[in-house]
Design a protein around this ligand. Structure first.
Ligand code: FES
Length: 172
């Protein structure tokens, strides 16, 4: 068995054929394999919800990178999740405009309503709460993403409406 076949077999045990095909499609658009690092991480995360150590190592091998190099990319890009997350991730902006407009108070309301703090997931696995830097909607602060939805001008009533039915308590 050639070296490339061995690598392919090893990757195949971690990543699906579809994931490998999607990553290879991205490779066609970049001059260096490592240029597809973020897209490859996103592809795996889109399929699995997060990027495990095994998947990270498989991606790194496929891109001729070390696991440490790819870990650096994943860590720098804060929308790559290296631990399991809930069905929806709440990306809560805590940057300046949102802070001036009372995001600390809103964050407390979310934590109280869902029973979770930053980095935690509700016990029913519905939501994970994470802080993020500016979401680019400062004129509509306070702002958060709930899954794919941008929620602006957040107030207590909105929090109550959005999360009232969620089960309280952390799964951590
Ligand atoms: S500071 Fe919160 S969206 Fe910009």
């Amino acid at each position: 068995m050639s070296k490339s076949e061995m690598i392919q077999t090893d990757i195949g045990s971690v990543l699906t054929a579809e994931e490998i095909a999607e990553i290879d499609a991205e490779l066609a658009h970049v001059p260096y394999k490592s240029g597809a690092a973020i897209d490859a991480l996103k592809i795996v995360q889109a399929n699995r919800g997060w990027v495990s150590d095994q998947c990270l190592q498989g991606i790194a091998r496929h891109l001729d990178m070390s696991a440490e190099e790819l870990e650096g990319v994943a860590t720098f890009y804060n929308l790559i999740y290296r631990r399991p997350v809930g069905e929806k991730v709440i990306l809560f902006c805590d940057s300046v405009s949102c802070w001036i407009n009372g995001c600390d108070d809103i964050k407390d309301k979310i934590s109280q309503t869902l029973g979770i703090d930053y980095g935690e997931t509700t016990s029913d696995n519905s939501y994970t709460l994470l802080p993020v830097p500016c979401l680019g909607a400062c004129d509509r602060a306070p702002v958060m993403m709930v899954g794919d939805d941008l929620v602006t001008h957040i107030d207590h009533e909105m929090v109550q409406q959005l999360f009232a039915s969620a089960e309280q308590g952390s799964a951590e």
